[in-house]
Design a protein around this ligand. Structure first.
Ligand SMILES: O=C(O)CCC(=O)C(=O)O
Ligand SMILES: [Fe+2]
Length: 323
């Protein structure tokens, strides 16, 4: 089925005045964020706290990164899914290239990455990317806090908040041959807890709104897209939707995007708070170690399972258990 434009995709502006926890503005935002994540599994967040300068500078630096010789790109290697460099290939797409930078709000990690790519360690890259990653991490925490508050769990937020590191992926999608509409990234649901994406204003990201109906997002210059991943769906006992999304390329421009993924620290157990489990909402998923699920999703047996069904295959409790 084709791309549909008339569905109203949620765009939520985070004005500084509304970001003070407990205010009316905050509660209004919490409600909208929750509704968007329950209905669409993602939303566009307009957030001016991350300056246009940092953003533009980031995309400028990504263009430099793309130019690095392939022998150095290959040094960005990791056995962990999402964490290393992937060049154009049939498994992903011939249009795709992506780099992984783990724990990106930690200056030393950014430095180690930059040292692999450039002999002088590119200090400007380190400063800008560290700033960008730290600010996106802050935005992600804010959104999690809104979700926690929206479910009335604010008082115990510390015990339900998941500890995580931010993994940044820098991605480039090549323009397809003239007149073509081609896959840049296959349809999937995210395996990290949540993701924040921004691009250089060349659209390509599409989300599935109903079975088989896709909408293309065009993010505004100060916007990011927040995406619910499978573990966040499990945490919410199925209330939040892990949205199926993909990248499709058309036109003659290459696209750059940056995704910041929330990767829980070693040993984190994904577990729905007991307040989210009752007779009307029986427990849908067993408690699970994030890393077990993450590795399962990229294992050989899971490759035959549709991305959106992997959580079900790994963690579903059937029959569901009521509290
Ligand atoms: O590049 C994008 O816009 C989306 C990337 C994405 O969905 C992913 O890497 O999981
Ligand atoms: Fe994704």
């Amino acid at each position: 089925m084709g791309v549909q434009a008339e569905i109203e995709f949620p765009v939520i502006e985070f004005r500084s005045a509304d970001l003070e926890r407990g205010t009316d503005g905050w509660h209004r935002l919490c409600k909208r964020v929750r509704e968007a994540c329950e209905t669409f599994g993602c939303f566009e967040v307009a957030y001016k706290k991350i300056s246009t300068e940092v953003r533009e500078e980031t995309f400028g630096l990504m263009k430099e990164l793309i130019e690095v010789p392939v022998e150095r790109k290959q040094k960005n290697a990791s056995p962990m899914p999402y964490h290393g460099w992937v060049g154009p290939c049939n498994q992903v797409s011939l249009l795709y290239e992506g780099f992984g930078l783990g724990d990106a709000s930690n200056y030393d990690s950014v430095k180690s990455f930059a040292q692999l790519m450039w002999p002088d360690g590119h200090p400007r890259f380190c400063n800008t990317i560290h700033t960008m990653a730290t600010q996106i991490e802050e935005l992600n925490k804010l959104i999690w806090l809104m979700l926690i508050d929206s479910y009335g769990l604010g008082e115990k937020w510390e015990s339900v908040m998941i500890n995580y590191k931010t993994l940044v992926r820098f991605m480039k999608y090549m323009a397809p041959p003239p007149g073509e509409y081609e896959r840049g990234l296959f349809a999937h649901t995210d395996k990290p807890v949540s993701t924040i994406i921004c691009d250089d204003h060349v659209s390509g990201l599409e989300i599935e709104v109903n079975d088989g109906q896709w909408i293309k997002l065009s993010l505004s210059p100060s916007s990011f897209c927040f995406v619910v991943g499978d573990p966040l769906k499990a945490w919410s006992n199925g209330r939040l939707k892990a949205v199926n999304h993909r990248v499709m390329m058309s036109g003659d421009k290459d696209r750059l995007s940056l995704a910041a993924f929330a990767i829980p620290v070693e040993g984190t157990i994904i577990k729905a708070p007991r307040e989210l489990i009752d007779e009307q909402h029986p427990q849908l998923y067993k408690d699970f170690n994030f890393m077990d699920f993450f590795l399962f999703a990229f294992s050989d047996p899971a490759k035959h399972i549709d991305s959106g069904e992997q959580l079900q295959a790994f963690a579903s409790l059937s029959p569901p258990i009521s509290n």
